[in-house]
Write a protein that binds this ligand. Structure first.
Ligand code: SF4
Length: 265
């Protein structure tokens, strides 16, 4: 990719900031978050509905963790985003770069240009958070990733159903050497048969893939867009569901969104 071509590539962003990862295998680590605009799903539990469309502006943190945001207009040219990540990349602070959203894979062509450049600039590992339903776009960016957190959407909790896409997606990740884990949001209305189906899907690919059951964080009235109430599961439910899944896959951990406990972003 020439510098000229890079200059032509743009992406629509929500924000860039430095924070503590609150979910999954990287919980507790410090990351530079790049939150991309747009999502093609409408999960009932979504706490990021502000990402579904692209705002005219994005906010960019100047110094890691200070929340001293400056406002820039969308779309953002690739070299400009590289500059903002470089400014965040103070030596020894960050463990990795998190691509989040929204659905980052809706920007796959941009990422195929941006990721090699940001890696050579920062040498930081690159972690993708994704709905796990776009295997074709994953193939475009897979060579540039170090780890993937794949959401597996249970229809009874999310209102979304993507079993075939999840299978293809996880198989693609498993075919490579990158680190992959599966995150499943559970609520009081989770149907156990769907958890069993999810466990089977994962086990048929690789029963060593770590699974994180994440009890839903109830939404505030302002966040709630669906009429389906999001109620956290009971202690008895999560205890039973962990046992159920461990009948198929080896590693099943139950961890809520820890960044919300820490008042992180
Ligand atoms: S995939 Fe993520 S951003 Fe998109 S609707 Fe679901 S929870 Fe929200």
């Amino acid at each position: 990719m020439t510098a000229k071509n890079q200059g032509n590539s743009t992406a629509r962003l929500i924000e860039v900031f430095s924070a503590i990862q609150g979910e999954g295998l990287n919980v507790g680590t410090r990351q530079i978050f790049i939150r991309f605009a747009f999502c093609d799903l409408r999960c009932w539990f979504c706490d990021s509905a502000n990402t579904w469309n692209a705002p005219p502006n994005c906010r960019i943190e100047r110094y890691p963790g200070l929340r001293d945001f400056e406002v820039h207009s969308n779309p953002v040219p690739l070299p400009m985003l590289l500059g903002w990540v470089a400014r965040q990349n103070i030596p020894s602070i960050h463990d990795s770069i998190s691509l989040t959203g929204g659905e980052p894979l809706l920007h796959a062509q941009f990422l195929a240009e941006f990721l090699p450049a940001v890696r050579s600039l920062t040498n930081l590992p690159i972690y993708l958070e994704t709905g796990g339903h776009r295997p074709e776009q994953l193939e475009i960016v897979l060579p540039y990733l170090d780890s993937v957190g794949m959401d597996l959407k249970l229809p009874s909790v999310s209102g979304e159903s993507h079993w075939t896409e999840h299978t293809k997606f996880l198989q693609l990740c498993s075919n490579t050497k990158l680190e992959v884990f599966v995150k499943i949001i559970v609520s009081q209305s989770t149907v156990p048969e769907e958890l069993e189906q999810a466990a089977l899907l994962i086990a048929q690919i690789n029963d060593q893939i770590p699974v994180f059951l994440q009890p839903v964080t109830p939404l505030t009235p302002a966040q709630q867009f669906s009429s389906v109430a999001m109620v956290a599961p009971t202690p008895e439910q999560v205890l039973a569901w962990q046992v159920l899944m461990k009948g198929f896959v080896k590693y099943v951990r139950v961890i809520p969104q820890t960044h919300k406990m820490l008042n992180q972003m």
